[in-house]
Ligand binder design. Structure first.
Ligand code: NAP
Length: 306
């Protein structure tokens, strides 16, 4: 039996593991894909202190190496079910069932879909939710990016070195992403690398076996424009994947887990950290902070209860 099972290997989960392992707790990390979570899919990160600019994958690898060097055990598997109510917590995965005194849920969030006809049909055939994963399939092609937050900005910057032209489609005329990165996009606009299509939404995805064009509606004048593109990168935010937990944990109206200031959920010994938690700011620094706070509280909890 472990002291802590952490589900999710993004910056929140890895920081929690580093704090717990340094306090000599045994920790099992369960991760579905590769360590790093959303960070590993981000091109450049320029707001994590200590690094003026660092590749997301490199930062994720550094965090994972640090945790592994301290003795982190990792199982790469999907969670099938949780049994969290008893004093001993159980997490069932494709690779067996694991037990621990405490569980930290660092589940992150999954990409939101546009919910436009043909979107699912064209996933992997033009439609993507991860520019750093799939960008290379679109060398010298024209692509569209949908969204107005930092992910859409990062996607445009990453794709600008690969593709011929980018159409950035946003439903408003004001962006949510940070100004510093937007300035870089304005420079690309001057080079005709990027075209901003504002106050607009994607209405249709056309193509036979793969995406061939999109139809974009301007919400102000209600006109439609067909744009020929090979790729559509959807970057319209993320949602928590807490479906397995909804009967057991207190969630907000959007499915985010509600915790106290020490990251404790409504169940003793169960904590939630990072993007899956109801919070104001979802960034790497706040994810790391959540992880540290959870582990410090857990160390006390284990000392008092076991
Ligand atoms: P986000 O900040 O929530 O932005 C989502 C964008 O998608 C918004 O502009 C939103 O429009 C638009 N949108 C939402 N639903 C839509 C729909 N159905 N159709 C069309 N557009 C839609 O999400 P994000 O960009 O993924 O960022 C998530 C968090 O990660 C943020 O805190 C962000 O700062 C952070 N992040 C940071 C970095 C970095 O610092 N390097 C990189 C990536 C992400 P409205 O603006 O109109 O709501």
């Amino acid at each position: 039996m472990y002291d802590i099972i952490i589900v999710g290997g993004g910056p929140a989960g890895l920081t929690a593991s580093i704090y717990a392992l340094r306090a000599k707790k045994s920790v099992l990390l369960i991760e579905r894909y590769a360590p790093g979570g959303q960070v590993a899919q981000t091109g450049k990160i320029e707001n994590y202190p200590g690094f003026k600019s660092i590749d997301g994958m490199d930062l994720a690898s550094l965090m994972f190496d640090q945790a592994t060097s301290l003795g982190l055990e990792t199982v790469f598997s999907d969670v099938l079910d949780y049994d969290l109510l008893g004093k001993i917590k159980k997490v069932k995965t494709y690779d067996g069932e694991f037990e621990a005194k405490t569980v930290i849920l660092a589940l992150g969030a999954v990409a939101r879909q546009l919910d436009v006809e043909n979107e699912k049909k064209f996933i992997g055939r033009g439609v993507s939710y991860c520019a750093t994963c799939d960008g290379n399939f679109f060398k010298n092609k024209d692509v569209a990016v949908v969204g107005g937050g930092n992910t859409s900005f990062e996607d445009c910057l990453y794709l600008s070195d690969i593709v011929n032209k980018i159409y950035l489609i946003h439903r408003r005329d004001e962006f949510r992403g940070d100004r510093h990165t937007l300035e870089k996009l304005y420079k690309l606009e001057q080079e005709d690398k990027i075209e901003f299509i504002l106050n607009s939404t994607v209405k249709a995805l056309n193509g036979k076996d793969k995406l061939e064009s999109i139809v974009v509606e301007n919400k102000l004048n209600k006109t439609n424009r067909e744009i020929v593109v090979d790729g559509l990168f959807v970057a319209i935010g993320r949602r928590p994947d807490t479906s397995l937990l909804q009967d057991r944990l207190n969630l907000d109206e959007n499915g985010y887990i509600i915790t106290d200031e020490n990251m404790k959920t409504n169940i003793d010994g169960v904590y939630a950290i990072g993007d899956v938690r109801k919070k104001r700011l979802r960034q790497i620094v706040t994810a790391c902070s959540d992880g540290a706070l959870a582990s410090v509280d857990i160390i006390d909890y284990i000392a008092k209860n076991f």
